[in-house]
Structure formats: C-alpha cells, structure tokens
Design a protein around this ligand. Structure first.
Ligand code: ADQ
Length: 465
C-alpha cells in the first residue's frame, strides 16, 4: 500500500490551527489518512532556515516542516511567488514585478524543500504537490534521484502563451512542470492554456486526454475542479444560523435584507469594482435604499506587498465615499470588515443572505460561491451573482453570471436577484446545489489520486494510507 505525501508551501500545523481549519486542510481531509505525511514551510523565519526538519504527529498524520531565512522568505515567498507568479497567473501583467535575484531565491527554496523532503521518502510513496510556489519541486526531486510518482495541482488559473511568456524564464518554469507525472487544473480552459504553452514553447503536442511525452517522460494534464464538503457545510450553516452571531446580524438589519461578499483582501477578487457596483446599485435603484445592507468580509492578506497596501487604501476610500453618500442616520449601506471570520459563523451569515456577490476579476475556482450555495435554505434560497472569470463559472451556470469589470451589470444583477420570484430562485438553486454536492472535496481528491496512483487501472478509489 502506498503512502501519501502532501507538499504545500504552508503546512497548517495542528498545533496552530485552532478553530480555523485552512482551505487546503479542509479540501484534503479525506485524502489524508493515518500514515500520511504533510511537508512544507512552518510559517516561521529563522536564521537557521531549512537546516532542521521539525516533526509533529497528530491523529496518525506526520507534519514535517522547515523554516525559511528572512532573505529566502522575501525572495521566494513575498517577491517571486506573490509578486511575480500570482499576478502573472491572474492576467495582471501590469503588477508583475520580476527580479532575477528573487527568481534565484525561488529556485533555491525549491531545492531546499527537495533536500529536506528526500530523507523522509520511501520508494513507493506517492507525492502530491500543491500550487505555484512549488512549480520546480519535482525537477529538484528528480535531480536528487527520486523516481516516485509526483503530482502537482495548480490552485490558480493558467494563462495563454501570450501572457505566460511575458514572464522571464517562462520556458524554465514549463520544464519544471513537465517533471511531474500528473498536472491538475480546475478547468478545461486552464488545461488548454497550459497545453498551448507546451506546444508553443516546447513544440510538443498533447493527445485529447492531455497526455504528452517530454524528454522521454510521460506527463498527463488533467481537469479536476476542487469542491467543498457540501453536506458538512450545510449542517454547519443550519446550526450557525441559529447561533448568537447570526441572530445579532439579523437583528441589526431590522426589516431589511442582506447581501454578502467574503474574500481575501486581494486585487484578484474584484473588490474595487464590486464596491463601485454597490454605489451604482443604490444610485440606479433607489427603491433598495434602506432595504438592503451589503456586508463585505475581507480578510487581510499579503500585507507586506505594496500592491496590497494600495488596494486597501483605495477600498477604505470607496467605502467612506459610498457610505458618506448613501447612509442614513439609522442605516449603513456597506458594512466592511478587514478580518477573517470563523468558518461556521460565515456559514450562518451565508444562510441569512438574500444575495452573494462573488465577482473576482480572475479566480482559480472560488470556494465561497460553492459554500454560499451549500448554506442556503431550500425553501427560500438566496441568489448567487458570479463573475464569469471565476473557475466556478464553468460549473455554476445557473448563477447570475456577470462581467466583473462592469459595475452597471453587477448592479443590475443585484436588482434582478432581489426581485426574483421564489420559484425561479428554487429552480436555479436546485441545479446549483446538485453540482456543488456532486463535485465535492472528496471527489477532487479521489480523482486526482486515481490518476496519480494507478494511471492504467483507474479504480474507483485508490488504496492509500
Ligand atoms: P483563495 O484565493 O483563498 O484560494 P477561495 O477559494 O475563495 O480563495 O477561498 C478559500 C477559503 O477561504 C474559503 O473556504 C473561504 O470561505 C475562506 N475565506 C475567504 N475569505 C475569508 C474571510 N474574509 N474570512 C474567513 N474565511 C474566508 C485559492 C484560489 C481559489 C481556489 C482555492 C482552492 O485563489 O481560486 O478556489 O485556492 O483551490
């Protein structure tokens, strides 16, 4: 029986997790069985860097982490991963900030990850690497003689060659990806964009199943959309909607209703355009003034980066402007919190909300859209407004889909959503819910591991521990 070794930039250590289980921990809960290993960065910066591997065990799972030096943290994590790769993969070339010394740091930390991981590996381990921080990891592991099956899942979009090749060393990054056996994407569009890059940069053409051979190595690109634990989230929402936080929120609305947005405070999430749309909504549809309050929960993120600091200042300005313009002494149109809210509290808030406005400019998938659907009361479901540039839009076609750059279109969708008859809301919700409860986190893991573990046999469920 093979053992699963998960690798991600940040390891959600059980000792630090508390009540807030991170997104990846929830998504992988089903794949991580007693005996599995989770390897990555501890989240700590220390002068010893990756010299020591720290081991923690919890519920049979081994958590192995290394520290980073201050310099490596900046070049690998802040500058190259989040200052160059993240904007590139979200189509934001204007924000791409490439420096060759940061790229050298990125490659060096991937080498450190490989060097620290190799002593933990057994010959039949199956290795599943997550996200853009670790594109070159398989190449570094191969250089150290690792022949295990190694898979990679990209949680962001992938971009077409015209954009991808704006990144200096883009071909090196592609070669890095081709050292994996399986490369997973959320949507067909992202996989096609990747295969177009492989064709254009490397002259290699994949078959219709996403298979190709690069320097004698068999690679397969698959489509495997991530999902949520839909039933678990529904239960959580039902309980939380009866809890004190949800009650306090409901009481604060009086007779009015609630629209909600929940995101990390990131420029990819389209918050500026969304806030402008809220202003347009109250300007174009004055009948909703006093009737609707919009709650935006935006967890602060990557605050050491200038682009995120500028975004926050701009959002503060728009919130002040919108509230100054439309507030009444006993009604605030836009409530804005720049912090994380506990998962179950959020689930309860989703259930109370008549509208969710999920309008990223680009998003790999967007799990908030799926969580909102799972949280609804089937007897009186709310309406999901969804950007057509979120990966989730490929699945959630019964949402009110909008162009997130068009504030008037978002405002109109809010009006349509609020005016929608119960029957249409129920019909749309039933179709959406069917998809969210079929394409779960569990299915995501099973499909990926099926390809990774038994590429030829494809059993229903891989044997792993
Ligand atoms: P994220 O960019 O973090 O993830 P998303 O999928 O929307 O985006 O959110 C992940 C989780 O964080 C969700 O469970 C959500 O409820 C929670 N969350 C978001 N804002 C929060 C807040 N203010 N307070 C508390 N919790 C909050 C990346 C990609 C996505 C992709 C995921 C998974 O950018 O496109 O869907 O990985 O692959």
């Amino acid at each position: 029986m093979s053992r699963l070794v998960v690798v991600s930039n940040r390891v959600p250590l059980p000792s630090e997790r508390g009540a807030k289980a991170g997104g990846l921990a929830v998504a992988l809960a089903d794949a991580l069985q007693p005996g599995s290993v989770w390897f990555g960065w501890s989240g700590r910066r220390s002068s010893r860097g990756s010299a020591t591997t720290h081991i923690q065990r919890s519920e049979g799972i081994t958590y192995a982490t290394i520290d980073l030096t201050e310099a490596d943290y900046h070049s690998f994590y802040v500058n190259f991963s989040n200052g160059a790769l993240w904007p590139l993969l979200h189509f934001r070339l204007g924000l791409l900030d490439f420096r060759s010394e940061d790229y050298a740091g990125y490659r060096a930390v991937n080498r450190q990850f490989a060097a620290a991981l190799v002593p933990l590996l057994r010959p039949d381990d199956v290795i599943w690497v997550h996200d853009y921080h670790l594109i070159p990891l398989a190449m570094e592991l191969r250089a150290l003689g690792v022949t295990n099956r190694i898979g990679f899942f990209l949680h962001t979009p992938f971009v077409p060659p015209a954009i991808f090749n704006a990144m200096p060393r883009s071909s090196e990054l592609l070669h890095g990806l081709c050292a994996y056996d399986i490369i997973g994407f959320h949507t067909r569009t992202y996989r096609s964009a990747f295969l177009d890059c492989v064709a254009e940069n490397m002259g290699v053409h994949a078959d219709s199943e996403g298979r190709f051979i690069w320097r004698g190595h068999h690679v397969r690109a698959i489509v495997d959309p991530i999902g949520i634990d839909a039933d678990g989230f529904t239960k959580c929402a039902i309980d939380a909607a009866r809890g004190a936080d949800a009650r306090a929120l409901r009481d604060s609305l009086g007779k009015g209703s609630l629209a909600i947005g929940v995101d990390r405070l990131d420029y990819s999430k389209g918050l500026i355009n969304r806030f402008e749309a809220i202003g347009r909504f109250f300007a174009n549809y004055p009948q909703h003034r006093r009737q609707l309050s919009f709650l935006q929960v935006a967890a602060r993120s990557r605050e050491e980066q200038g682009s995120y600091q500028r975004l926050r200042r701009e959002l503060d300005r728009i919130v002040g402007d919108t509230n100054g313009r439309y507030s009444e002494f006993d009604w605030t149109p836009l409530r804005y919190m720049t912090r994380a809210v506990k998962r179950d509290t959020l689930a309860g808030f989703f259930r109370l909300s008549r509208l969710a406005v999920v309008t990223p400019l680009r998003d790999g998938m967007n799990l908030v859209a799926k969580e909102y659907i799972a949280a609804q009361d089937p007897r009186d479901p709310g309406v999901l407004i969804l950007s057509r540039f979120a990966g989730a839009a490929e699945e959630l076609t019964e949402a009110l889909q909008v162009n997130p750059y068009d504030s008037d279109e978002i405002a109109e969708a809010m009006h349509i959503g609020l005016s929608m008859e119960l029957e249409e809301r129920q019909e749309r919700w039933r179709s959406l819910h069917k998809k969210v409860s079929a394409n779960t986190a569990q299915r995501f893991c099973t499909v990926f591991l099926k390809h990774l573990v038994h590429p030829e046999i494809n059993p229903e469920r891989p044997t792993l521990r």
